[in-house]
Structure formats: C-alpha cells, structure tokens
Design a protein around this ligand. Sequence first.
Ligand code: FAD
Ligand code: DHB
Length: 391
Amino acid sequence: MRTQVGIIGGGPSGLLLSQLLHLRGIETVLLEKHSRDYVLGRIRAGVLEHGFAELMREAQVAERMEREGQVHEGFFIAHDGVRDRVDLHALTGGKSVIVYGQTELTRDLYEARDRLGGRVIHNAEDVTPHDIATQRPYLTYRLGRQAARIDCDFVVGCDGFHGVSRQSIPPEHLQVFERTYPFGWLGVLSRTPPVSPELIYATHERGFALCSLRSSTLSRYYIQVPLSDTVEAWSDEEFFQELRCRLPEDVARAMIIGPSIEKSIAPLRSFVAEPMSFGRLFLAGDAAHIVPPTGARGLNTAASDIYYLYHALLDHYLNGDDRGLEGYSQRALARVWKGQRFSWWMTMLLHRFPDNTPYEQRLQRTELAYLLSSQQALASLAENYVGLPFA
Ligand code: FAD
Ligand code: DHB
C-alpha cells in the first residue's frame, strides 16, 4: 500500500491530523494498535481550550462539541475550608474553556473518518517505522498473521508515551527531560450530578482533589494517592470519604455519590523528548511530551503540535515549501515548554509533597496566598489555563 502520510496511533492527535489532511486532499493511513472500543473506553481529558475547539471546527467535527460541550468561564480553588473563584472570563478579556470529554471527541473523530472513507486500521500489531532518515520511509505491521507494508512520504508518530515512534529515533539524536512525582491521581467516573457546575481544584493537608464533570449527570472526581496504591485497594465508599475530607464542608455535604462506572490511577510525570522530528519522522502529542494533568494541558498541547504539523504539511504539498517541516520541532517545543512550566507550577502549588520540609510547606502556602491576593498573578494563571496562542 502507498500513501502520503503514514500516521501511527489512533488517539486524538492522530485522528485529528488525518481528518484535517484528508479535507485538504492529502492522503493518510492511520495504524492503531487497539480496537476502537478499547480506545473509546479510556477516560482521560475533560477540559478543552479555545485553540483545540477551533481545530475541531476546521476539521468539521465540532457539531456535537458545540451542542453538548459546556462553556466554563471560571473554576474554583478550594483551600482551608473555603473556595475562591478564578474568573477566567474577566481575567482574560472574555476567554473560556469547553468541558467536553476526550472520549466524546475521539468518537466524533472516528465517525468523521468513517464518513469520509478515511483509512484507519485497528488492531495493527508490531507497527515499525523503517528508513525514516531517507526520502522513502515505510511502515510495516501485522494484522493477525498477515504482514503488511505501507510506503509513504512522511511518518507521523501520534502513538502516545509508550508508543514505538519515539523509540525508533536513534538515542544519540534524542535528548530527554523528565521529572516524576511521588504520587498519582485516582480518578472515578460516576453517573451522578456534579457537585459544582464549575471545576473545583482543592488543596488539603491530606492531598490534592479535583471535582470535574462530563455533563449534568456525569461526574469526574480525582484524588492524589501514593504511587504504591492500587485501584483494587480503594472501594467507592473509601474514595468518596477521602474526597469529601479534602473539600470544604459545604461542598462535601452537597455531594451526591453513586457507584463508580470507571476507576483508574494515572501516575504524574513531566517529560519532553527533543527534537520532535528525525529525518522524515515527526512526533506529536504524548509521543513527544507528557505533563502532569493538573493544568489540563496534555491534550491541548497535542493540539498545538497538530496545528503546526498540519500547516507544515500543507505548505509542503500545496506550495512546495519545506520551511514549516524543517522548523516544526523548534516551533512546537517553544509552546510545549510553556505547557510544561504551567503544569509543573500548578502541580507544585496544589499537591501534598511527602518529603517537603516545613520551610517548603510555608513557601507553598505563601505561593497560594500570593496568587489569590494578586490580580496580576491570577491573570497569568487564567491566561495559561485558557491556552496560550498557537502563533
Ligand atoms: P494518546 O491518547 O495516548 O493516543 C495514542 C494512541 O496510539 C493510542 O490509541 C494507542 O493505543 C496508540 N498506540 C500506542 N502504541 C502504538 C503502536 N505501537 N502502534 C500503533 N498504535 C499505538 N489533557 C488535557 O488537555 N486536558 C485534561 O483535562 C486532561 N486530563 C487528563 C486526565 C487524565 C487522568 C489523564 C491520564 C490525561 C489527561 N490529559 C488531559 C492528557 C490527555 O489525555 C493526553 O494528552 C492525550 O490523550 C494525548 O493524545 P495523543 O493522541 O497524543 O495520545
Ligand atoms: C479533568 C482533568 C484534568 O486534568 C483537569 O485539570 C481538569 C479536568 C477531567 O478529567 O475532567
């Protein structure tokens, strides 16, 4: 088989890129390791910034997001038994975010690929990029016992943190920056009305907690847990008891609880691989970088990669101009690092670090007190949370 752009990974990054390119007449084949049901069973991001929504519109997949997604003009920071509202709208001159689940937007993208007859191959095993340093790269994979090959002009690695793309770059050409945190987030999805119409990020001496939502009938809650904890060790009752403990009393009292319909633990990690390209292989999204989820940047940073790569590929195919592809890594990384900084900062601000000295604990409290007392500091938080411009 031959195509113009071979894409590895059928998460939001890969699907969005293939949809955008298809609409401009550029052929893609997308190889996904898992079944569609498996991909759609993962509960992840919930908060989309304006730039992501714009890309969904350009990809002609925004209809349901516009209808069912909720525009949020603020969120709360809970601490010391009280809640302070961060007025995103006022602090950014009218900007907001959209609460719409990653599961839903991935479903919308799959349906759009189906409608256009996009080539998406599921259950592709042993996907391997070859000859990426040459002008004629190709991909091999297996479907059951059948081996197959796709020749292409470019390979795009959208296969997440554990994918094969980044690993196919010779290690001497890759520099890795990493930070791990001594905890994870235990998340629960439950078919109950959310406790608050706007998100609550809570900091407490027992650890961080987050009250989020997917709709008026679907709640998404998280608590910080030690890395050694397992999902099995937490019953629903224990989860909600711990969550309530970390929230102001009025919030805890108002919370309606119900059985979990999904429960999982995500370890927190900051990670960047540089550069984001090698020869004719380009990395995008979680394949190249990971943030701790605290600032809701992961998917949104993937979107800016896709934006730069999409325009660079358009310039190559439509104008014969390769400057975008040559500058892709540098351009994408400039924004990636701003997302890293913000996610790291928000994680440090709101979590309980077991090894912090009393001095560091005082500094953390002072950082929060300063933030909540300064319009300038709040404006900086809001500017980053709604998403820095792509340009
Ligand atoms: P992925 O979604 O990881 O997709 C990669 C795809 O590649 C997968 O489908 C995988 O099966 C496939 N794949 C892997 N290896 C191979 C292979 N060898 N061959 C073929 N296919 C392969 N971000 C936000 O912006 N806002 C939020 O509110 C937010 N909340 C989050 C909450 C949690 C609990 C977590 C865990 C993450 C959150 N994120 C959030 C981050 C966000 O989910 C990710 O950044 C996003 O999924 C990245 O998309 P992606 O397409 O780059 O990678
Ligand atoms: C959600 C996840 C986040 O990381 C975040 O900062 C806000 C919301 C969520 O899953 O709803």
